[in-house]
Every structure is written in C-alpha cells, then in structure tokens.
Design a protein around this ligand. Structure first.
Ligand SMILES: Nc1ncnc2c1ncn2[C@@H]1O[C@H](COP(=O)(O)OP(=O)(O)O)[C@@H](O)[C@H]1O
Ligand SMILES: [Mg+2]
Length: 330
C-alpha cells in the first residue's frame, strides 16, 4: 500500500544571500529539477508526496505533521552537524524517516572523525593527519608524498583542486594555511593515491547490498594519475561515469565488500555511497562514505540502476522500502 511521504530538501534558491558569491558555497544543495525528479519517482510507487522543504519549513509544520515517513535529503548549511538537523528533529517528534541518523550524518561529514571509525574496523583508508593552523614534520610520521590537503568537513569536492596536491614538504604549510583561511576549519592531510577512482552505492540493512561499482573517468582517462574529481570538473563535461566498471572481477568484488564494511563502520542505514581510490597495484582505499549521495540524474543513480536492469524510480523505491521495513510500515 502507498504511504504519505514528507519530503525535506535544501534548494540552492533558498539562499539568495550567496547568489553573488562563489557558487561552490552551495555545491551540496539541490536544484528544483532534482526535487521534481525524486518526487515523481516516489509517486510512481503509489505514494503521496507532501513537499516540505528545508529545516525551517519543517519546524513550521511540527508538531502535527501528518505523514507516514519522511524522505530527507537536507544537507544544511554552515556547521559540521548540519546534516543532522532534520533527522534529529524528526526523532524528537517521533516521525520515521528514510536514511541515516544524525550521528552517522555528522560523523561522515567530518573526514577525520570518519577515518577513526574506518581504522578501528580495519577498513583500508589512506594515512592522514588533522592540521589545525600549526603543523610539524612529526605529524607526517613517515607519510609518503604527494599528499592532498582537504577541508575537514566539506563535501561535493568543495575546496579540492589539483592545487590541493602537495608534492614537497616545504609547500605543505602554505596549502594547509590556505584551507584553514578559506574554509575556516581544520585541514586533513592525506596520502595521495594515484591510479583509479570508483564509487559504490550500498542499499538496505540486513544485510546491506553493494551495487555495481561505478568507475570515474576524468578527461577521457580511467588511469587518473594526478587528476582529481573537482567541483569545476563536475560542472563541465570532463567527468564520465562508467558502469559496469572496466576493472577485473576480483577488484570489483573487493570494492563491494569494502563498501559494505565502510557503510557498517559508520552505521549507515537504507543507502549510502562509498568513494574509493585504487592505487597502481590494485589496492583500494576508502576516501569517504556519503550517507546523502546526490540523487541528481546527472550523477550516478541512473547509470547504476541501468546496470541492474532497474529504473531510477525502482532504485529509489527500494531505498524507501528498506526504511519502511525498518519501522514496520506496511
Ligand atoms: N587521498 C586521495 N588520493 C587521491 N585522490 C583523492 C584523495 N582524496 C581526495 N581525492 C580526490 O578528491 C575528490 C574529492 O575527495 P573526497 O574525499 O571524496 O571529498 P568530497 O567530500 O569533497 O567528495 C575525490 O573524488 C578524488 O578525486
Ligand atoms: Mg567524495
């Protein structure tokens, strides 16, 4: 039977104060086309959709929001627990929702904190350290160059470009200071992995299921070397998604197993996407888990659906069904 599904989301257009500045600030937020696409996909499963909007619109509707479950893709703005706002408020009011809870959303948004969970669970991830203002050579502790310097709690490749790759110790301090200054947050310095890049969508709960890995092609290349997935590239035609991936079956199996291990390490629910780099010897490393991956039709959801013989709508409905099952909603 169909449910009434509340839909919470953050639109770029909710933030006219940033309209003039660098558009990268709003990189994680959605455009109306994606909201319409998701709403139509959910409706195709016989559900009734109640569009709510961002956290402020949600607060205006509570208490008394009359929905069976909420489909939440709010990214929030400003602080590192921003993605936790909507799930936590829904819990206060006892409203079921699709996807991970506030703890997982905050943990995964902070790359350094998420790494602690990966390391504790034996999930391979590049060596790294946190650099807040100061840095000493001791912090490197035998790490190999090149390294990449990223803002600690951003997503959507914010603050990442080829300039983020540092090849010599003497240049590291300046790059860390640049990230600290521009993004007003600590930086994570991480060993840079040349080779290939993959992303794996995991869905469901008991047990979670890894779907066909997607290989990232940049500027026509699968062997990426020093190329990285940047926000500027994302808005150009430089990035292509290859699925099924052109990689050995053994590597694909390993990526799937590690994607599930990473998903479990940060306690994801219903869905999540795990980003990998694979070194020149074919060894995969988890870069991060995205419990709120982009649902845009320009991102990986359509190509993954096709590789499984499903539609985009079918994939989204499977995710909703795993949440309904968790709550015992029939
Ligand atoms: N350690 C690394 N080695 C190689 N490339 C990296 C590394 N870390 C990040 N990148 C590149 O930067 C991109 C964005 O980094 P990621 O950690 O996934 O952050 P975001 O949250 O912005 O997606 C990756 O998709 C990859 O191309
Ligand atoms: Mg990523």
């Amino acid at each position: 039977m169909g449910s009434t599904i509340g839909f919470t989301y953050d639109l770029k257009s909710d933030h006219p104060e940033h309209a003039e500045g660098p558009q990268e600030v709003l990189a994680e937020l959605d455009v109306p086309e994606t909201i319409d696409l998701v709403a139509r996909a959910l409706e195709s499963g016989g559900h009734r959709i109640e569009r709510i909007g961002n956290v402020h619109r949600l607060l205006e509707r509570l208490p008394g929001l009359d929905v069976d479950i909420v489909f939440n893709i709010c990214e929030g703005l400003g602080h590192r627990s921003r993605e936790a706002e909507v799930p936590t408020i829904l819990e206060v009011f006892g409203v079921p929702y699709v996807g991970s809870d506030g703890l997982t959303l905050s943990l995964t948004l902070d790359k350094v904190m998420a790494k602690k969970a990966f390391v504790a669970d034996g999930v391979p991830t590049p060596r790294s350290f946190l650099a807040n203002g100061k840095f000493s050579l001791k912090d490197l502790d035998g790490m190999k160059f090149p390294v990449i310097v990223k803002p600690c709690h951003e997503g959507s490749s914010k603050g990442i470009s080829e300039d983020s790759i540092v090849r010599k110790k003497k240049d590291l301090k300046a790059q860390i200071a640049e990230v600290n200054r521009l993004y007003r947050q600590p930086a994570m310095v991480e060993e840079f992995i040349r080779g290939g890049e993959f992303t794996v969508l995991v869905i469901g709960n008991d047990p979670p299921e890894a779907l066909e890995p997607v290989q990232i092609q940049i500027a026509g290349r699968l062997d990426l070397g020093d190329l990285v997935y940047t926000w500027r590239r994302l808005t150009s035609t430089d990035i292509e998604y290859v699925c099924p991936a052109k990689a050995p079956a053994g590597l694909k199996r390993r990526l799937c197993a590690l994607a599930v291990a990473a998903y479990r390490a940060v306690d994801c629910r219903d869905f999540g996407r795990v980003d990998f780099r694979v070194d020149e010897n074919g060894r995969p490393y988890v870069l991060e888990v995205n419990p709120l991956p982009s649902l845009s039709d320009e991102d990986v959801f359509p190509i993954i659906s096709r590789a499984h013989g499903w539609t985009y709508e079918g994939l989204l409905l499977k995710i909703v069904d795993s949440a309904r099952k968790r709550y015992g909603i029939t």
